[in-house]
Design a binder for this molecule. Structure first.
Ligand code: NAI
Ligand code: MG
Length: 332
């Protein structure tokens, strides 16, 4: 069976790292039908629209989408694209690899970030010259859906420890946002209890100190939308930078895979971006489509290259995107 994959390079280094990820997918014995689609600053400049309706529809109808990054228009692109694939959870693993200089070489955590609401639900208003407001949306249904997913994730041994008994940690700020995070916390812990999954909790500000001091205390971390965005970037800092972090936006029967990083305007166009995050996103795509063995092959190849080189500049090397990709393809 062939899989329909929409490929959206977007802007900046998206145009460099997404082709690398597609090369890796094409090297595997899996049938893909790739369809390219446009989104981001460049298409907005040309047509006035950052996310053409055609791209949205293609992503909604595909088996999965591989996305790079969009620049200034990121919010206009990625938020509707997550909606197009009906995504309720953003999976963001942050793992330190042998051979990569990391602040915390023992880090191995996975964030499960609520992906539809919180402060990213788009209810922002400028009410006067002096006053702007934002409405934070939290529903029991979205909180429970995330928690159900987290319980299955843990039960299936997909957490870093691979051990269902490790459970998960829910990070929140329910002591201050009593109503919104209060609801989130209550529902997530209730689902864990119903499903007999071990769940502990952390206030997210304290967690932001405890995680970098000792990441080995944590495995799967469940959190609201903004917290997941910020805390996973913090974790990127612990493992060697944004060039390493992949992500999956998973929905009910569709998904979108993207590196956590943006367009990296400081290095875009030079051919020196680290393709690891995009290639690991492709590994997540393979696993999502049921090609678990191929996904693991890609991970092994990436880990081999991270360990032995060549490496891009962000990891202290001087290799180009193409050289790193070629080394990964060699190992495959
Ligand atoms: P960024 O992730 O683009 O870059 C942050 C730093 O990390 C830069 O120094 C960059 O060179 C480095 N970096 C990131 N990815 C790298 C890679 N693969 N290899 C080597 N170095 C890498 O974040 P920044 O600078 O905050 O945002 C730049 C643009 O990207 C903005 O216009 C922002 O709106 C957009 N953005 C888009 C996202 C998306 O489309 N999902 C996500 C984050 C930012
Ligand atoms: Mg972010």
């Amino acid at each position: 069976m062939s899989h329909d994959i929409v490929v959206i390079e977007g802007d900046g280094i998206g145009r460099e790292v997404v082709p690398a990820a597609v090369d890796v997918l094409e090297a595997l014995p899996v049938d893909f039908e790739f369809v390219e689609a446009e989104a981001g600053d460049a298409v907005k400049e040309r047509t006035g629209e950052a996310l053409p309706a055609e791209t949205y529809e293609r992503a909604a109808e595909a088996d999965a989408t591989l996305f790079g990054a969009a620049g200034e228009t990121a919010a206009d692109v990625i938020l509707p694209l997550r909606e197009a694939v009906d995504s309720f959870v953003n999976i963001r693993p942050a793992k330190a690899y042998p051979g990569v200089d990391a602040l915390q070489p023992e880090t191995d955590v996975v964030f499960l970030r609520e992906n539809t609401e919180g402060v990213y639900s788009g209810h922002e208003n400028r009410l006067s010259d002096d006053l702007s407001t934002l409405t934070r949306v939290v529903t029991s249904s979205a909180s429970r859906e995330l928690a159900e997913f987290a319980c299955e994730f843990v039960d299936d041994g997909r957490g870093p420890a691979g051990d269902p008994d490790e459970g998960f940690t829910v990070a929140h700020k329910a002591n201050v946002m009593r109503e919104t995070d209060g609801r989130f916390r209550e529902e997530v812990l209730a689902v864990a209890d119903e499903r007999d999954v071990d769940a502990d909790e952390e206030l997210m500000d304290a967690f932001a100190t405890k995680l970098p001091l000792d990441p080995t205390q944590y495995g799967v971390i469940v959190c609201p939308n903004l917290a997941g965005d910020v805390l996973s970037d913090l974790a990127a800092g612990l493992v060697g930078g944004l060039g390493l972090l992949p992500s999956a936006n998973v929905g009910h029967d569709n998904a979108l895979f993207e590196p956590v990083h943006g367009t990296a305007p400081d290095i875009a166009g030079e051919g020196i971006a680290n393709p690891t995050a995009a290639i690991l996103s492709a590994a997540m795509l393979l696993e999502y489509l049921g090609h678990v063995e191929e996904g693991q092959r890609v991970r092994d190849a990436v880990e081999g290259v991270l360990s032995d080189g060549p490496r891009t500049g962000d990891l202290g090397g001087d290799a180009t995107t193409d050289e790193v990709t070629a080394a990964i393809l060699d190992r495959l």
